[in-house]
Ligand binder design. Structure first.
Ligand code: XIL
Length: 361
């Protein structure tokens, strides 16, 4: 009798350990609690952007279980849309700080740093800016005053700012859609960094982009720009790979080498928007094999950051499929985050946690 009970307990314990490793006390450990102390583990904080068209209220404001997981698992928070121009500066003379303020406050209360996102970008700019007619001097003043106002408001509360976002296209040329660069020339990038630094001297100021996970002309363009900015004594502190990955394109197996090139320049590096999307089979549920592949992509990305001394921030672009931008922007792809809609964990979550824990030792 006793033996049977023991055997059952052992089987249960073993399978529980396989599915969800638990701590001695029975409380599952979180990503942030096992991570190396010099590495921030972050997530996008859902709200604004595509969420406004979805049939749910603002996730960050109203989803209590979501907020609990956000507080428990992460020690860095990136406003997904709430600090973008169209959201925080909806009219020329009107700012909308409420949602960003709420995230910054939540972060402070929960021992999290904040990654500010973003100041100079081609996308998600307000209509008054895109459609307005301004002289060059006015445009320059508009950008300067926006940076001083927004960066200044959160002075001392932002660990890293994505000052310039997605400024190069796939050919390594400045994006012609970028209103600032198109109208004012690429010299405006250095100005944006200088203004941000004046407004918050302690914030680490980053270049941020996707499509820089493998070497190529886009990475070359960033390396050349970074060298030039540093030579000109511009306050540039970091280079970040967004890492929006798709299983269509293979694992980011050269990412460590890319990050190392920027580390060699004396810059910090970061992973800022990691997700791993896949083609969903008929019925929508990923196969076990797809989930295993996804977990391996997450691990390869984390390993790249762990392998580079100055990689100090590892952020995933949302932690639950419930609020992921992927199905909205990439038809037929999805399941890109580390948790299901009900916050239960996928293999990718456990792989990240195991890898972080092993790196801390
Ligand atoms: C996305 C958000 O996740 C969506 O909610 C929004 O509708 C569009 O933008 N690169 C970036 C992010 O730098 O700001 C983008 O976020 C994803 C791609």
């Amino acid at each position: 009798m006793k033996r049977t009970v023991l055997a059952v307990v052992t089987v249960l314990a073993t399978s529980a350990a396989l599915i969800q490793p638990v701590q001695a006390g029975g409380h599952a450990k979180s990503l942030r609690s096992v991570a190396p102390r010099d590495l921030r583990i972050g997530t996008a904080v859902a709200g604004g952007g595509h969420h406004l068209d979805q049939p749910y209220p603002d996730p960050f404001t109203y989803d209590k279980p979501y907020r609990r997981v956000l507080a428990k698992e992460f020690n860095s928070a990136s406003p997904e849309n709430q600090m973008k121009w169209e959201f925080i500066h909806p009219e020329r003379n009107k700012y909308n700080f409420g949602p960003a303020d709420a995230i910054v406050k939540f972060a402070r209360q929960n021992g999290q740093v904040v990654r500010g996102h973003t100041l100079l970008w081609h996308s998600q700019n307000p209509a008054w800016l895109n459609e307005g007619t301004f002289t060059k001097a006015e445009l320059r003043q508009i950008l300067k005053s926006h940076i001083f106002t927004v960066v200044g408001r959160y002075k001392g509360k932002i660990q890293q700012w994505d000052v310039a976002n997605e400024i190069f296209n796939e050919n390594g040329e400045y994006r012609s859609e970028n209103i600032w660069i198109r109208e004012l020339g690429p010299g405006i990038i250095a100005d944006a960094f200088r203004w941000a630094h004046q407004a918050d001297p302690k914030a680490q100021l980053f270049l941020n982009d996707y499509g820089v996970e493998w070497p190529g002309v886009k990475v070359d363009a960033y390396e050349a720009l970074a060298k030039q900015l540093l030579a000109d004594r511009v306050p540039l502190h970091g280079f970040a790979s967004q890492a929006h990955l798709s299983m269509r394109y293979g694992a980011p197996d050269q990412l460590a080498g890319v990050l190392q090139r920027f580390d060699d320049l004396g810059l910090k590096t970061a992973i800022t928007e990691l997700d791993v999307r896949m083609d969903l089979p008929e019925g929508g549920a990923p196969t076990a094999e797809q989930l295993a592949t996804q977990a391996s992509y997450y691990k390869t990305t984390l390993d790249a950051c762990l392998a580079v001394a100055g990689c100090n921030s590892f952020t995933i672009w949302g932690f639950t499929d419930k609020y992921s931008w992927v199905p909205v922007f990439f038809p037929a792809e999805g399941a890109a985050t580390v948790m299901w809609d009900d916050f239960t964990k996928k293999p990718a979550y456990y792989t990240l946690r195991d890898t972080l824990a092993a790196a801390r030792r």
